[in-house]
Design a protein around this ligand. Structure first.
Ligand SMILES: [Zn+2]
Ligand SMILES: [Zn+2]
Length: 447
């Protein structure tokens, strides 16, 4: 009678007893990977499994150093095209690893080349290094020391992660077939952007695939955001000056009221999107600054406006500038005013290559598990990573850095923006593991 319950419990014991769970936990982590990859045979080869296990240890060993680098960079932010101390720090840190061929493609960018034992493909990894003109409101110990300048987009993390990946990969030279190129880019936040300048300096010559990571406070730490096709928008800017005839506010019949005309221009510009573009093309037009006048009783001669246009398709982008000019011209003419209009093309849309993205997604699933991967819809933010993608198939993906429990929820470009530093390890591991995927398996999965 006493033995009966035990018999019933046997299957439960086998599956779930604390003793058996402990036995599983004591197995080395690569055992899990071997079991896992056998279940999905063909996804990872055994050689890569061993590398992944090695990488886990190296990433863990690099944790403190990468956090320290990130905090150093966070404390000492520099604006776009002025990354003098930052690039010097990056150069000297890379130099200390040994085995890397270093150069300065532009005054404030750094390139490091790592040549493997055997020839093969060339994979480029990109991190941007610039900060923003924002006064930091965080009060942690490593908050910005430069008044009015802040790493409010996570580029400090990108730089630290790529330094960490460079250190790990430099220590695994004998495992590398081909070349890994580390691109520490200046000036992502300020068009015309650093990526285009680096491309002009030749950093993409001979590159077979390029990847870039953006940390994201919108995505919980531990998640990896993947997207195929269009990922980011073309970010163009415009300036408009409405010119009229100033005068006394009490005698409107004697003036051409630029404020009233400018208001009409703003309203009618919305038709450039809502009535003139294909509803299936994603287009955003925002007037973000309007300025005119000095006091309550004077109608100003001119009113200035500026704003941005975001498009995901090149055709929509071509069309929108022409439509805007027609509207501005028509509205100002109708009221006897004139105008100046300048449309400045910004970064091209970020469009992810299918083959490279498949390798990135496969890496994320293998290394972090199925639940870690999130598919992201295109966003309307601009990114000059697109300049690298013009030269080689590439993929730009997100690494979650948000954490509600820790209050890390502020949006990018906010004076209280920060990241969960756990994301640095995720990003480092993604850089390293995806590199091996693209060097080895890239031939099968890639273009
Ligand atoms: Zn940004
Ligand atoms: Zn950014």
């Amino acid at each position: 009678m006493l033995r009966l319950p035990a018999l019933f419990e046997l299957p439960i014991l086998l599956n779930q007893s604390p003793a058996s769970m402990a036995a599983w936990e004591n197995l080395p982590s690569d055992f899990f990977r071997i079991v896992y990859s056998r279940r999905r045979k063909g996804v990872l080869r055994r050689r890569q499994i061993i590398e992944t296990a090695t990488i886990d240890g190296r990433v863990e060993d690099g944790r403190d150093e990468v956090v320290r680098w990130r905090r150093h960079l966070h404390r000492n932010p520099e604006l776009s095209f002025q990354e003098e101390e930052t690039s010097r720090f990056v150069y000297e840190t890379l130099e200390s690893f040994g085995g890397l061929q270093l150069s300065r493609p532009t005054p404030t960018s750094v390139m490091a080349r790592l040549f493997g034992e055997e020839p093969g493909r060339t994979v480029a990894l990109r991190a941007d290094m610039d900060a923003l003109p924002i006064e930091e409101e965080n009060d942690f110990e490593f908050a910005s020391r430069n008044p009015g300048v802040m790493h409010a987009c996570g580029h400090d993390g990108h730089t630290a992660m790529l330094l960490g990946a460079a250190k790990i990969l430099a220590g695994m030279r004998e495992e590398i077939k081909g070349e890994v190129r580390f691109l520490f880019q200046h000036a992502e936040e300020q068009p015309p952007g650093g990526a285009g300048e680096m491309v002009e300096a030749g950093v993409m010559e001979g590159v077979d695939a390029v990847i870039g990571i953006h940390l994201s406070s919108y995505l919980p730490v531990g998640k990896i955001g993947i997207g195929y096709g269009p990922r980011g928008a073309a970010a163009d800017t415009f300036e408009i000056v409405v010119k009229g005839k100033g005068g006394h506010a009490s005698r409107p019949q004697k003036v051409v009221d630029t404020v009233a005309v400018a208001a009409q221009v703003v309203t009618n510009l919305q038709h450039a999107v809502s009535r003139n573009t294909d509803p299936l093309d994603s287009t955003v037009l925002s007037v973000t600054r309007i300025a005119g006048g000095t006091t309550h009783n004077v109608i100003p001669e001119t009113v200035e406006m500026e704003g941005t246009v975001r498009t995901l398709q090149e055709e929509a982008r071509e069309k929108v500038a022409g439509t805007m000019e027609r509207i501005i011209g028509g509205v100002t003419a109708a009221h006897g005013a004139s105008y100046e209009f300048e449309y400045r093309r910004g970064y091209r849309p970020v469009v992810n290559d299918e083959g490279v993205t498949r390798v990135v997604e496969g890496t994320a699933r293998e290394v972090f598990g199925e639940a870690a991967v999130e598919y992201l819809p295109p966003a309307m933010g601009g990114e000059d990573f697109s300049a690298f993608q013009r030269e080689a198939p590439g993929s730009f993906f997100s690494v979650g850095a948000g954490n509600e429990e820790k209050g890390i929820t502020y949006p990018h470009h906010h004076p209280r923006f920060t990241i969960d530093e756990g994301a640095l390890l995720t990003g480092m591991k993604m850089f390293v593991c995806a590199t091996f995927g693209l060097l080895d398996g890239g031939k099968e999965a890639g273009p």
